[in-house]
Design a protein around this ligand. Structure first.
Ligand SMILES: [Zn+2]
Length: 461
């Protein structure tokens, strides 16, 4: 069982009795009460794209940091369109290069009529805090800000600057992230509260901690055939829809080369040891040798197919314009999750080859950013292990590559290694990030504060 510090009485009642309860007015005398209060206030800011509320939320966080002892001159809010970035610098001795803590202040949209409770009114009930962003990503924002205040009040002087760099549109266009990623060329690494995290079993026993050190590149492509068209009573030899159908068939039958890197080898090895049967064996064999037969086993499983290379799947179709007309155009959208280190253009070129029809046009949509996986630095892995074990002794730390995408993508692309180190421990059945009735267990707060505190003091000493 994880070691937890005693919770304040009100929290303990809410979490152990599993009753609906309203917390009494608090003066936030303990760090966990302060963290919960900060989280509740955070949920109250409607930081959805287009609502213009991110700057107000940033101002609230700035005021919290200033009250906690970060000088006003070291806190900056930059407006970018209707959203903003927040940067706050906890100055150290400068013996080491700065480290960045990345989190995002925006949230995914939520329609109040679809929720059981108002998504932007924090509600504490049954041992959970409900609200949009309670999990993604305001939980870690609140834990980090509370930890910074705590360290400051204790007079802790880090050996490197700790820079909080909070983005304001991670869930949508990541324009603020692109700005932040260019602002700190001297930073040594990024700790991202929006990736990785602890997994709990149904009975709340910790199972594993995911340390995210890489993510696949998200990219969409359109494959289009265009024909002159004409009357459907006079079919010609070419038909855009028929051509498209053959192209889709070839894409569906194709698989990209199987790949491994330091990160996925470590990840498959650690997970393979805990996975029984042929799947676990295949993980271990592929991690060790790259064996193709083992890869085929992993390719057949939805949990592992994304870990062994680039994947591309047709996701949307459109074509034709009338029942009685030859189609003038037909398009399939293909969504790809590209293995770190593989360029977007090379994937587009592969799709051209696979379709093998000179009439096809293959277009890259938007402007996908590719990033390499971050090296599994011994000092980072050791610090994360120590921080996680301070709340959950002995818990396996498993390096992971996610299907993308977080703010880390842009920091990695800028050459700054980034590590997803969320301090949230959750059961999968409690995870409703991006969905309805998003919530976090109050019981996660104490451990999260221990973890962030240990991690920061360990890496900044
Ligand atoms: Zn997020």
């Amino acid at each position: 069982m994880p070691h937890r510090q005693p919770a304040p009485l009100a929290l303990a009642l809410c979490t152990t009795l599993l009753l609906a309860c309203t917390l009494p007015a608090r003066s936030a005398t303990t760090p966990s009460a302060a963290a919960l209060e900060l989280l509740e206030k955070s949920v109250g800011f409607r930081t959805v794209e287009g609502e213009g509320q991110v700057p107000a939320y940033a101002a609230y966080l700035a005021q919290q940091l200033e009250a906690g002892g970060i000088p006003k001159a070291d806190i900056h809010i930059e407006r970018i369109g209707e959203t903003a970035t927040l940067v706050a610098r906890y100055r150290g001795t400068g013996r080491k290069r700065p480290m960045i803590i990345s989190d995002h202040m925006d949230v995914v949209a939520a329609r109040a009529e679809d929720w059981e409770r108002d998504p932007f009114t924090p509600v504490v009930e049954n041992g959970y805090l409900y609200g949009r962003g309670a999990d993604d990503n305001k939980f870690d924002v609140a834990m980090v800000v509370t930890t910074i205040r705590q360290l400051k009040s204790e007079g802790f002087t880090p050996d490197r600057d700790i820079i909080l760099a909070f983005s304001g549109d991670e869930e949508t266009s990541m324009k603020t992230t692109r700005v932040l990623a260019k602002q700190f060329p001297d930073a040594e690494f990024v700790l991202n509260g929006d990736g990785g995290g602890g997994r709990l079993a149904s009975d709340n026993t910790p199972l594993v901690y995911d340390l995210q050190a890489g993510e696949k590149t998200y990219a969409d492509f359109d494959i289009t055939f265009t024909n002159p068209g004409g009357h459907s009573s006079r079919p010609s030899g070419v038909n855009a829809i028929a051509q498209l159908a053959r192209a889709i068939d070839r894409i569906a039958a194709f698989h990209f080369p199987y790949m491994r890197n330091e990160l996925t080898r470590a990840s498959l090895e650690a997970t393979g040891k805990r996975t029984p049967g042929p799947l676990g064996e295949a993980m271990l064999r592929f991690a060790a040798t790259g064996d193709t037969a083992a890869a085929a086993v992993l390719a057949a499983h939805p949990d592992t197919v994304g870990q062994i290379g680039t994947t591309c799947v047709p996701t949307m179709l459109r074509g034709g314009h009338a029942h009685n007309a030859l189609p003038q155009s037909a398009t399939v959208s293909v969504n790809c999750r590209i293995f770190p280190g593989v360029s977007v253009e090379s994937v587009r070129a592969t799709l051209v080859d696979v379709v093998a029809d000179p009439d096809a046009t293959v277009t890259t949509l938007d402007d996908p950013t590719a990033s390499d996986a971050s090296p599994l630095r011994a000092d980072i892995v050791a610090a994360v292990t120590k921080a996680v074990h301070a709340r959950a002794p002995g818990l396996p730390i498993v390096p992971s590559m996610s299907a993308g995408a977080t703010d880390s993508l842009h920091f990695r692309a800028a050459g700054i290694p980034s590590y997803g180190v969320s301090a949230l421990f959750m059961r999968s059945e409690d995870s409703f990030a991006h969905g309805l009735n998003e919530r976090v267990p109050l019981a996660a707060i104490d451990g999260a504060l221990i973890q962030w505190r240990t991690l920061l003091t360990e890496l900044a000493k």
